[in-house]
Design a protein around this ligand. Structure first.
Ligand SMILES: Nc1ncnc2c1ncn2[C@@H]1O[C@H](COP(=O)(O)OP(=O)(O)O)[C@@H](O)[C@H]1O
Ligand SMILES: [Mg+2]
Length: 569
């Protein structure tokens, strides 16, 4: 399928796609965040701007009359205070400033709280959507997927990527704050402000090289993270192979190399971040001193406004710094956004079909494969199935026998549409399988794969898996029919015994019979058994054969049995 994914997407385009796929109400959320920020900025501004009248009031020896005669501002202030029935004194002036700063902190607190909640909400959406999409993705895509890459993208990269949206909102807020200070500075002296803006522009240019490096390193970090997760999952799952091959030391060295790789990237990005204040801060202070000298000696600005100018510049410096750090942060998670967006995009594109609208109930006559071919595609030299035509009669046990690699497992994967044929079709009582809804078809097919997959749950939970309504009695009946009842009874906690990841606490044969019990509890119409006897010894095989005979007699299911030799048959 052609991918519409852009090859060199910008950070803005990626963020846009991310937001679109999550259907996150980012406009509302952004509005609230920026609104709260605006409120705190406003109060900060009032609290800060009050410093000038306070200074003037103190310098004028607390004489309101002289202040009013000299300035429009003071006349207005006294008028307003009179209207409210308040007389202005130092305590009132300080009080206004103090309350403003208090309110500013309150709004900032609310903003932080809201941001944390919304950011978790966005993470939840992306992660749940990723998992749900993966469950609906074609097997062909999942076959070629390293589980570590997937886990890393959904758990780690997605969380990091989501932070971009909030970084953008926060940056808009910081920008507002900066604009406010610039406003204050403009009110003091326009020429000084222009000079200040020129210095700020100079800083941005100085930081540009560092910024583009952040973006590059970020993609390396994402790759290292994926590598590390995949490596860990694969090695821990195959710890037997490692131990029996005596490759522990090599694997530890491999792990070490992978973590070093990751560290290099992370340290790089952090170093870039650490350099930002080193450039912004001294340059800012230096220019402030210069501007103060220029302000007083050349422009003749009075001392109080000049002090205000210095204070405003000092307050703006951390904001400048934060803005730069945010931008660098944004660039340094490019890799994460790209990985997340790419993953969501691929999952959406590789969706499994839903099938037709017809309800599948049972088969009375036969299943027919008509000239069916299947090709695994990329890398496979020969098709796994080439023009297969065969008939599976209803109500019988049909055995498919062939050497390993001959395509038996592939063939039966086509029945419940785990894979789709490239050519030909499969019919149930003459009706093409694509006409049935995928859900109804699968609900009637009980499938025991070649290597049964067992979660770390109890024996009873496994038998009930996919069949939530099975009663205690159904479970015991299915276990008995699958010749699994005896060994389950002997487990330490019987049916409540936890089976361990991948059912490690069971032998191969036991796992197969337990899984057969699960398949039987579904009470389907068609039972597929993929090499059920392959891992069994003579005794277990005998038990399995007896179970099969009973199943045939008691259930009347259509059974398809795969074997690589004739002994089971
Ligand atoms: N997921 C896969 N991706 C690519 N090729 C596969 C995959 N699974 C099986 N094959 C190939 O398809 C052929 C048939 O495999 P399979 O149906 O498992 O055979 P059998 O079950 O008869 O042993 C083999 O050549 C195998 O290498
Ligand atoms: Mg097979």
């Amino acid at each position: 399928m052609p991918s519409l994914f852009p090859t060199q997407p910008s950070i803005w385009r990626l963020t846009h796609i991310l937001v679109e796929t999550t259907k996150f109400r980012y406009l509302t959320v952004g509005g609230v965040i920026i609104g709260l920020r605006l409120a705190s900025t406003l109060f900060e501004g009032v609290g800060f701007a009050m410093l000038l009248p306070i200074m003037e009031y103190m310098v004028a020896g607390q004489d309101l009359n002289s202040l009013q005669s000299g300035s429009e501002f003071w006349r207005r202030l006294v008028e307003m205070a009179d209207g409210l029935g308040v007389t202005i004194n130092l305590a009132v002036l300080l009080g206004i400033s103090f309350v403003s700063i208090l309110l500013r902190q309150l709004f900032q607190y609310l903003q932080t709280l809201y941001e944390i909640k919304q950011s978790r909400e966005l993470d939840r959406r992306v992660q749940v959507a990723g998992f749900s999409e993966a469950l609906a993705t074609r097997l062909g895509y999942l076959d070629n997927l390293r589980s570590g890459d997937f886990v890393n993208d959904i758990v780690h990269e997605a969380g990091t990527a989501n932070a971009t949206i909030f970084l953008i909102f926060t940056s808009i807020g910081v920008l507002l704050q900066l604009v406010m200070y610039v406003g204050i500075v403009v009110a003091i002296s326009l020429p000084l402000t222009l000079l200040l803006l020129f210095v700020a522009g100079l800083q941005t240019v100085l930081l540009r090289g560092l910024m583009s490096r952040s973006r590059r390193v970020s993609e390396e970090i994402t790759r290292s993270n994926q590598n590390l997760a995949s490596f860990l999952i694969e090695r821990i799952r195959s710890v037997r192979l490692v131990r029996l091959s005596g490759t522990e030391a090599e694997e530890v060295a491999n792990m070490d190399a992978k973590v070093r790789d990751l560290n290099e990237g992370i340290i790089n990005v952090q170093m870039i971040r650490a350099r930002i204040p080193v450039i912004v801060e001294p340059l800012g202070v230096l220019s402030m001193f210069t501007l103060m000298v220029v302000g007083s000696d050349v422009l003749g600005v009075r001392i109080e406004p000049l002090l205000m100018f210095a204070a405003a510049t000092l307050r703006s410096l951390p904001l400048m710094q934060q803005l730069m750090t945010n931008y660098q942060g944004l660039l340094s998670i490019t890799g994460s956004i790209k990985a997340t967006v790419k993953r969501m995009h691929a999952l959406a594109e590789e969706k499994e079909p839903l099938g037709g609208i017809r309800e599948f109930t049972s088969i009375k006559n036969a299943i027919n494969f008509e000239n069916v071919s299947f090709d695994y595609g990329a890398g496979a030299s020969l098709p796994a199935l080439d023009g297969v035509t065969l008939k599976i009669p209803a109500g019988y046990i049909t055995a498919l026998v062939g050497p390993s690699g001959s395509g038996k497992s592939t063939l039966i994967d086509l029945l419940p549409w785990l894979r789709e044929p490239n050519v030909g079709r499969i019919t149930f009582d003459g009706i093409c399988s694509t006409e049935f809804s995928l859900k109804s078809l699968r609900s009637k097919i009980a499938f025991v794969p070649q290597s049964p997959q067992v979660f770390n749950e109890s024996a009873a939970q496994h038998i009930r898996y996919g069949n939530a309504f099975a009663t205690e009695e159904d479970i015991r009946e299915a276990a008995s029919l699958a010749s699994a009842a005896d060994f389950i009874d002997e487990l330490p906690d019987g049916y409540d015994t936890l089976l361990g990841e991948d059912g490690v606490r069971l032998s191969g044969g036991q796992r197969q019979r337990l899984d057969l019990a699960r398949a039987l509890a579904r009470k389907g119409d068609i039972l597929i058994l993929d090499e059920p006897a392959s891992g069994l010894d003579a005794d277990a095989e005998e038990k399995f054969r007896a179970a099969l005979m009973r199943i045939r007699q008691e259930t009347g299911m259509t059974v398809i049995l795969i074997a690589h030799g004739f002994s089971t048959v």
